[in-house]
Design a protein around this ligand. Structure first.
Ligand code: HEC
Length: 93
């Protein structure tokens, strides 16, 4: 999986209109170096336990904090691509 090819276009379509930090050029750094506001699963990306990545959880019903983030391009298949990318080490590729 490639962050630039597979993941960022999905943010561009559905997410960066509300979140400046998910815009191309800033999103990778922010997701891999900053902590979220969630106390339970603070890491946006967790390569040790990929399914506890807060970004991944936020794309599902009943995340560990706040509400689900949806978008028409975030199909189950594309959410799985995000998980695969995290499992492969969340590279800046
Ligand atoms: C209509 C505006 C809007 C859109 C579009 C949107 N969000 Fe959000 N997002 C919010 C608001 C408001 C919050 C704070 C409330 C919450 O966490 O439920 C939030 C919170 C978040 C958080 C938690 C941040 C933190 O540190 O707690 C993440 C991660 C997130 N959004 C990701 C996404 C993703 C990924 C998408 C695209 C699928 C998306 N958002 C689309 C408005 C939006």
């Amino acid at each position: 999986m490639s962050f630039t090819r597979d993941i960022q276009p999905l943010f561009d379509e559905d997410c960066s209109k509300c979140h400046d930090y998910l815009k191309s050029g800033v999103s990778y750094k922010m997701l891999t170096t900053q902590k979220s506001s969630c106390k339970v699963t603070p890491n946006y990306i967790d390569t040790v336990n990929p399914t506890t990545s807060y970004l991944y959880l936020k794309l599902h019903e009943n995340p560990t904090n706040g509400t689900i983030m949806k978008g028409e391009h975030w199909t189950p298949e594309n959410i799985n691509k995000l998980l695969l990318w995290i499992e492969q080490g969340a590279k800046n590729n």
